[in-house]
Ligand binder design. Structure first.
Ligand SMILES: [Zn+2]
Ligand SMILES: [Zn+2]
Length: 466
């Protein structure tokens, strides 16, 4: 068996790992690179392998850094099955056309500049039509249902507790060439235990090889209960300052988690009613998909949905759909909360809200999730005082707050806790999906507690024979 790390190696985005065994090619994830526009544009445009020669894709979850380049893969000749859980497939049915829409918009913007400078125009890597076509290649497999996906390769999804439908991927491989049988576990992105909505990441056993994420290696998240109180204090402050609380949030999971927490805080009367807007058509659709997949949600949430109480809705909440409604938010007076995508503030309506609000000292920008290096969200989180938003320079006068506890990713201790529950020899562990410093911190800790196994940080393009 051969593994090649084609993405999310030395960085957190662009997840793509190719497994070659018994003359077949299995691609784990096919994500988009995110970050500095110029660099990512080139990285996403080409594949370091021939898409037509890939036999199957196994998709861990519906985040764009894991699924976002699938329509491009299909357009370039991949005709096989894409295995995913039912909720992941449904989320992809809104995420992929949305990603295509954003990409087509970016290309149109670039082409306007190129045209002005007399340079050749660019074609989008894929369009909404390609995204819709690629959805027809999905085959859904529920958790704990083993499935033969290639000769000598049986795949099982188990819950990763990261977003709705997120999976860890177990591959039971019978390598005909070496005669060796082995079990490979791909962690996907690992969620935090004790999540309000989702089940904890599941343990697995008899594992020989691990491909493990390391986003928050060496980092500690705030306790969830403290974070809820912290959020409450921020909302009280915004009411006092009569300002806007702008929350860039991933449409999938972060937004629903926030709505659930706000709903609870309102029930407990932690703050008086405050106009709250979810300005992301994608988030509104994703919330509907949450309601459809109640089997993937915790009992309390499931019961609330059954009882027709809305765990994602409360007094004062308004869902914004049209562009005109979104523009109207610029003119509202007094305190308000605006939740909008994308979470890394790279694209989408959040950019307009940041343009309009970042310069006002009465406002607060609150980050509740991970931001990849060099994204606008990352710059704001790192205290940059001047930022460029959609071509114009802005001074940052609004307060910046961070609540990583709402993160969908396990922190350092939680990653170690997950690793300890993975049973088996774990003779080779490859760390992926982390900035170099974070992966190195996790590597150090894992070497301490698992001396029997080789713990490596995967490098981009690295090939391993097992
Ligand atoms: Zn993810
Ligand atoms: Zn990820």
């Amino acid at each position: 068996m051969k593994i090649t790390f084609h993405g999310a190696a030395g960085t957190t985005t662009g997840s793509k790992h190719l497994i070659e065994v018994n003359g077949q090619r299995i691609l784990l994830d096919c994500g988009l690179y995110q970050g500095r526009r110029k660099d990512t544009f080139e990285q996403n445009r080409t594949f370091p392998f021939d898409p037509a020669k890939v036999d199957v894709v196994v998709l861990s979850h519906a985040h764009i850094d894991h699924c976002g380049n699938l329509p491009h893969l299909c357009k370039k000749g991949f005709t096989g099955n894409i295995y995913a859980t039912p909720a992941t497939r449904d989320l992809c049915s809104i995420m992929l056309p949305d990603a295509a829409h954003i990409h087509e918009g970016d290309i149109a913007w670039l082409n306007r500049h190129k045209q002005r400078d007399g340079l050749p125009l660019l074609e989008p890597s894929y369009t909404m039509v390609d995204a819709e076509k690629c959805l027809r290649q999905f085959v859904t497999v529920a958790y704990h249902r083993p499935m033969l996906i290639a000769e000598g390769v049986r795949m099982t999804f188990i819950d990763a507790g990261h977003v709705l439908g997120s999976a860890q991927v177990i591959l039971d491989i019978n390598d005909r060439e070496t005669g060796r049988k082995s079990r490979l576990l791909f962690s996907g992105d690992i969620g935090r235990p004790y999540n309000d909505l989702l089940f904890d990441p599941e343990p697995s056993d008899k594992v020989d090889y691990v491909i493990m994420e390391s986003t928050y290696g060496g980092r500690k998240h705030e306790l969830a209960t403290n974070a809820t109180q912290h959020l409450c204090a921020i909302i009280r402050r915004i009411l006092q300052q009569k300002g806007k609380l702008i929350i860039p949030a991933f449409a999938v999971e972060r937004t629903q988690q926030l709505l659930f927490t706000l709903d609870q805080l309102r029930h407990e009367k932690c703050f008086p009613p405050i106009p709250t807007f979810v300005d992301s058509p994608l988030a509104v659709k994703a919330t509907e998909i949450f309601r459809l997949h109640i089997d993937d949600l915790k009992q309390e949430v499931r019961e609330a949905i059954f009882m027709r109480e809305d765990p994602f809705g409360f007094e004062g909440l308004q869902l914004v759909r049209t562009v005109d409604e979104s523009k109207g938010l610029n003119f509202i007076k007094g305190a308000a909360i605006i939740i909008s995508a994308s979470g890394m503030a790279e694209s989408g309506r959040i950019l307009h809200h940041l343009r309009n609000n970042v310069g006002n000292e009465h406002n607060i920008i609150l980050f509740v999730g991970y931001c990849a290096e060099n994204t606008l969200g990352w710059r704001l989180r790192h205290g940059h005082k001047h930022v460029n938003i959609l071509g114009d320079e802005f001074q940052v006068n609004a307060d910046i707050e961070i609540l990583d506890s709402f993160s969908g990713h396990a922190d350092h201790e939680e990653l170690l806790g997950w690793f300890d529950k993975v049973q088996g020899p774990k003779s080779h562990v490859f760390l992926v999906h982390g900035e170099p410093e974070r992966s190195a911190a996790l590597q150090l800790a894992l070497r301490e507690r698992h001396k029997e196994g080789a713990i490596e940080v995967a490098k981009l393009g690295q090939v391993v024979e097992l």
